[in-house]
Design a protein around this ligand. Structure first.
Ligand SMILES: [Zn+2]
Length: 318
């Protein structure tokens, strides 16, 4: 599999600086901050098709649930989906009845099912053959392939245009966030809305030790670490204006809803100062080192679900 080195996906700048102290948490992989817009990202990435194969082989599969990293049935993920539906209902005052929704990264369709229960008609895209079988059982209309492949289909082969596109816990994992948001733009009706939700984000209070935020997995599996500013910048560039956002500085999640603009409407783009971003990571690194001693094991009790790819747990187990 070939990897290529990419410039900033948000602003296009090639000027960036490596974040010190991160390689020890990522098994030697570098993470950079863009000097143009402050985006934090993994520069070296495989192609969307190769990444789809990686996810299929390493992350998905109902039969391998015990061994694999990603289990959508984990209570924390169920809670996030419930939050998403509630946030959407609240933001669209009249509820979601009869809304047409296009979900990018359907997974096994748990979110799609919840949207359907809320009265929506759901279609979407999924890269995994295993997940596609589950979606077919659930009768969720979907395209099997990457969002980049879907976006290049002719209009007659695409699904009907929708009121709302949703990207939950997928944008930060995309090979190109710009390609994903552009595909959402193309799938939306005029004036439609894009909903994005993510757990991992930066420039918020430290919620966990940095060694459980980063993993030793290939970093191109989650190449982006957005702040509200870099997310807004990406959306503005792709023709969206944010209309709703949650209290992402408090909550476990960051959610935004953005309206599709016409091609002649423009929105000013926000950005982060790269030095501020570096300082923030420096503080997180030092704070996490101090935090380790407060994390206790209960004698004689086995803690379930230690994800071995996190360096924090290696420190803890010593
Ligand atoms: Zn940039």
């Amino acid at each position: 599999m070939n990897s290529l080195k990419y410039d900033c996906d948000v602003c296009g700048s090639s000027d960036c600086v490596e974040i010190p102290n991160v390689r020890q948490y990522t098994a030697g992989q570098a993470i950079h901050v863009c000097k143009g817009c402050g985006l934090v990202y993994c520069r070296t990435r495989r192609s969307p098709e190769d990444l789809a194969i990686y996810w299929e082989e390493q992350m998905y599969g109902r039969e391998r649930r015990e061994q694999i990293v990603y289990d959508p049935e984990r209570p924390v993920f169920a809670g996030r989906r419930a939050y998403a539906v509630s946030f959407l209902k609240k933001s669209f005052g009249g509820g979601l009845q009869a809304k047409k929704i296009f979900d990018i990264g359907l997974g096994e369709g748990q979110f799609g099912e919840q949207l359907r229960e809320a009265g929506c008609a759901v279609s979407g895209v999924e890269t995994s053959k295993e997940n596609s079988k589950v979606l077919a059982e659930k009768k969720i209309l979907h395209y099997l392939g990457t969002i980049e492949q879907y976006d290049t289909l002719s209009e007659v082969k695409k699904f009907e245009k929708v009121d709302i596109a949703t990207i939950i816990f997928v944008l930060q994992n995309s090979q190109s966030a710009t390609a994903m948001v552009n595909a959402a733009y193309n799938q939306l009706k005029e004036g439609g809305s894009l909903f994005i939700m993510m757990g991992s984000r930066i420039l918020v209070p430290f919620r966990k030790p940095i060694g459980t935020y980063f993993s030793t997995l290939p970093q191109d599996v989650q190449p982006y670490h957005f702040s509200i500013s870099t997310l807004q910048h990406l959306l503005a560039k792709c023709g969206f204006a944010i209309t709703h956002f949650n209290n992402y500085w408090d909550d476990e999640l960051m959610c935004v809803i953005a309206r599709k603009l016409s091609r002649d409407e423009k929105v000013e783009k926000m950005k982060d100062d790269d030095q501020e971003v570096l300082n923030w990571f420096e503080r997180w690194h030092h704070e996490s080192e101090k935090m380790v001693k407060y994390i206790k094991k209960i004698p004689g009790v086995r803690y379930h679900g230690l994800p071995s790819e996190h360096t924090f747990y290696e420190q803890w187990q010593k």
